[in-house]
Design a binder for this molecule. Structure first.
Ligand code: ATP
Ligand code: MG
Length: 293
């Protein structure tokens, strides 16, 4: 997989279909040893990418799922004062040794590890605005000091860092400057066929066509509040297959719409369309020039 100049380290995996620009972005981030910041619609494979980069590079994966209450320091280490207090009260543990109460967080573990790791920092925009700012130095220098012990933790191998964001908050420019950026464009039908094939390898070609025609038609509806994504398409197909629905039924309407649409207004709009005798598309040509196959 690795080419002679060492740039093309990542080439995708059997379980994840990465577009060429995404593969380039991953390799660029690896070459520059900078974090890769990934954005894109929900359900377009941002989080699972990390697992597949780890698999493709043959490296272990560490995950750090960010919550609204997450603090940058949690990723470095946590000093378990409560445990130490309990041990000193009730006996047990090694109260004299602060180090035994220091637990490295995911970022700390990735620095301390003997082999190079892939680190996922998932949904960085969930935390407050200080969070990315507080990580700048650690991501740059890949080292930090544990204040309680004055121990320095420096990365033995700089981890491959993937950061995902759902755009809930703007990230600071100083943070962006340190990252390689990639926006996962919503897959065109040709790429989507490959993605679906990963999850449903034995899908009948005619059924797949009908599924994709309905799916992209839905996404084209202008007043949709939430457009269905890749993961919802994969789920929908699973529901269709389990129900044993025939191809002609699928040509006429959109069954199990709750697997695709998640807003009551969107479901209502579809019902109204149905009620008015609206015609669902049956061929790619019904979707307009953009979808000519
Ligand atoms: N390129 C792809 N190749 C294979 N599977 C994919 C791809 N893109 C999306 N999927 C499927 O979609 C599912 C959702 O992906 P994932 O959870 O990574 O999305 P996400 O972008 O992180 O969404 P969110 O923003 O909601 O967290 C995955 O479990 C996977 O099955
Ligand atoms: Mg995700």
């Amino acid at each position: 997989m690795a080419e002679s100049n060492g740039f093309n380290r990542f080439a995708g995996t059997d379980g994840y279909i990465a577009s060429n620009p995404l593969v380039d972005a991953v390799n660029c981030a690896i070459a520059l040893q900078r974090p890769l910041l990934i954005k894109g619609e929900p359900g377009t494979g941002k989080t699972v990418l990390a697992q597949h980069v780890a698999e493709g590079l043959g490296m272990p994966l560490l995950k750090w799922h960010i919550k609204s209450t997450s603090k940058a320091v949690d990723g470095l280490y946590v000093y378990d004062t409560v445990q130490r207090l309990n041990d000193s009260r009730f006996g047990g543990g090694n109260v004299g040794d602060i180090r035994s109460y220091i637990k490295l967080g995911p970022l700390g573990q990735s620095f301390a590890a003997e082999e190079r790791q892939v680190l996922l920092i998932d949904e960085v925009d969930k935390a407050d605005l200080e969070f990315p700012n507080d990580l700048l130095r650690e991501l740059d220098e890949m080292r930090f000091t544990i204040n309680e012990t004055s121990d320095d933790v420096a990365a033995k191998h700089r981890p491959v860092v993937l950061i995902t964001s759902n755009n809930e908050k703007e990230l600071p420019d100083a943070f962006l400057r340190r990252c390689v950026f990639h926006f996962i464009e919503f897959p065109e039908p040709a790429l989507m066929r490959q993605i679906v094939a990963v999850h449903h390898p034995h899908l009948d070609a005619k059924l797949l066509d009908q599924v994709l025609i309905k799916f992209y038609w839905l996404r084209e509806q202008k007043d949709l509040r939430k457009r269905p994504s890749t993961s919802e398409l994969v789920d929908w197909i699973a529901a269709l297959l389990r129900s044993g629905l025939s191809l002609d039924k699928l040509e006429e309407h959109i069954p199990f719409v709750g697997a695709l649409l998640k807003k009551e207004q969107d479901i209502e709009a579809l019902k109204t369309f149905d009620g008015r005798g609206g015609k669902y598309p049956k061929a790619w040509s019904d979707l307009g020039p953009r979808y000519q196959q």
